[in-house]
Structure formats: structure tokens, C-alpha cells
Ligand binder design. Structure first.
Ligand SMILES: Nc1ncnc2c1ncn2[C@@H]1O[C@H](COP(=O)(O)OP(=O)(O)OP(=O)(O)O)[C@@H](O)[C@H]1O
Ligand SMILES: [Mg+2]
Length: 202
């Protein structure tokens, strides 16, 4: 079954550069590990931003969980989707790693006990527990990606978009983190893994 259907999506950032996406059709399978594998500059990050309603399409449609994505229902659609952006600096909002992971959870109205359980559990899963009181901006690129992934997993959404989410991790770290994501998927989450390298998509 398809949980996300992108139909005939076209888009341009500006008239001078022309279409960045032209008649794109993508069906994302529910509860599966889906890979979007294309070369640099072909529009993977742009597509990810569309799925979470951050960009306005020039033409086409996006359907998420049976609901057409239209202006005004982005927040509703976003409740079932979380994203790890390509550049982790774009998603840090908290003064510490702990605050940062907590920020997303606060919007879910979880009680404090459950919030701390998730922060501890997922920060341990990505080996960032000892960094909970550090400032995100002082972390290395790979550490930032680990924190961004922990924050996303802690949200426990139905769909997780990984936009080159492990690009700064060393090969062992990458395998470990991917296994962690697969464990938490447990056949009950939809993963969209955007990448330009085949061996990073499985
Ligand atoms: N904000 C923007 N304004 C104008 N053009 C943009 C903007 N963001 C991206 N582009 C252009 O849109 C095209 C697609 O970019 P996008 O970042 O979606 O590609 P990508 O497949 O994610 O690339 P990469 O593999 O390098 O991450 C590129 O040609 C890029 O230069
Ligand atoms: Mg990209």
C-alpha cells in the first residue's frame, strides 16, 4: 500500500533557472524502507521539503495517508512525518542537545517522564547520551547528525524522511545508526532514505 503519492510534481525555485522538478511521480510504500536514489542536484532535498509541506508546488499533487496536501493542512500532515535534514544545523533549536530533542516532543504534549525516557533511550541508541548537556553547535558534523536522528526517532512518527542523514558518519557509525533506525522501524514505520550513493540507501 502507498502511504505517500507524489503525482506529476513540477517545481521551479525561480524563473531564470527553470524547472528543478519536472513531472515527478513517486509512490512511497507504507511500512517499508523506501530509497530515493539520484545524483547531486537532482532534487532529493526539494522533494523532501515538499512532503513536509515546506514548499508550494508549481503543479501536481501530493497525497499523504489518503489526504491531499494543500495550503492550510501542512501542520496536520506533518504530525505523521518527521525529517532529518541534510544539513543538521538547519534543524537545531535548543541550547543543549537535551533541549533540542525535547523541543519536538513538547509539541506532542507528552508528560515529562515519557519525554525524559525517550530522550535518554534514543540518545543512548545513537551514542550521544554523554552529550545531552552540550551545545549542539559545538558538536562535530557526525555528532550533529546523530543528535538529529535521535530527535527524529524520539518523535515516533509514522513516516521518517532521512535526507542524506548519515553523510558525515564514518562507515561503522553509519551502519550502527542505520541498524538503530531499522530496529525502531520494526516493520511499522515508513522510511524514506534520500541519497546519491547506492550503498547508503539500504
Ligand atoms: N533555495 C533554492 N533556490 C534556488 N535554487 C535552489 C534552491 N535549493 C536548491 N536549488 C536548486 O535546485 C536543484 C535541486 O536541489 P536539491 O538540493 O533538491 O538537490 P539534491 O538532489 O538534494 O542534491 P544533493 O545530492 O547535493 O543533496 C539544484 O540545482 C539546486 O541548485
Ligand atoms: Mg540534498
Amino acid at each position: 500500500m502507498d502511504i505517500i503519492k507524489i503525482k506529476d510534481l513540477s517545481f521551479l525555485y525561480n524563473e531564470d533557472d527553470g524547472l528543478v522538478l519536472k513531472d515527478i511521480n513517486i509512490n512511497i510504500q507504507k511500512d517499508e524502507w523506501n530509497a530515493i536514489l539520484v545524483y547531486n542536484g537532482s532534487g532529493k532535498s526539494t522533494i523532501s521539503k515538499f512532503i513536509v509541506g515546506l514548499l508550494k508546488m508549481t503543479s501536481g499533487s501530493i497525497n499523504v495517508n489518503g489526504k491531499e496536501l494543500v495550503e492550510g493542512n501542512e501542520y496536520e500532515v506533518r504530525e505523521s512525518i518527521s525529517i532529518v535534514f541534510q544539513n543538521p544545523d538547519n534543524q537545531f533549536v535548543g541550547a543543549t542537545v537535551m533541549d533540542d530533542i525535547a523541543f519536538g516532543l513538547e509539541n506532542k504534549c507528552l508528560d515529562r517522564e515519557e519525554m525524559h525516557r525517550r530522550i535518554d533511550f534514543y540518545s543512548k541508541k545513537v551514542n550521544m547520551y554523554d552529550f545531552l548537556n552540550k551545545e549542539p553547535h559545538n558538536l562535530s558534523g557526525g555528532e550533529k547528525q546523530r543528535v538529529a536522528i535521535a530527535g527524529t526517532l524520539a518523535m515516533d512518527t509514522e513516516v521518517i524522511i532521512l535526507d542524506e542523514a548519515t553523510s558525515m558518519l564514518d562507515p561503522c557509525g553509519k551502519n550502527e545508526v542505520i541498524e538503530t533506525i531499522k530496529d525502531s522501524q520494526d516493520g511499522e514505520k515508513t522510511i524514506i532514505n534520500s541519497n546519491h550513493k547506492l550503498n547508503n540507501t539500504v
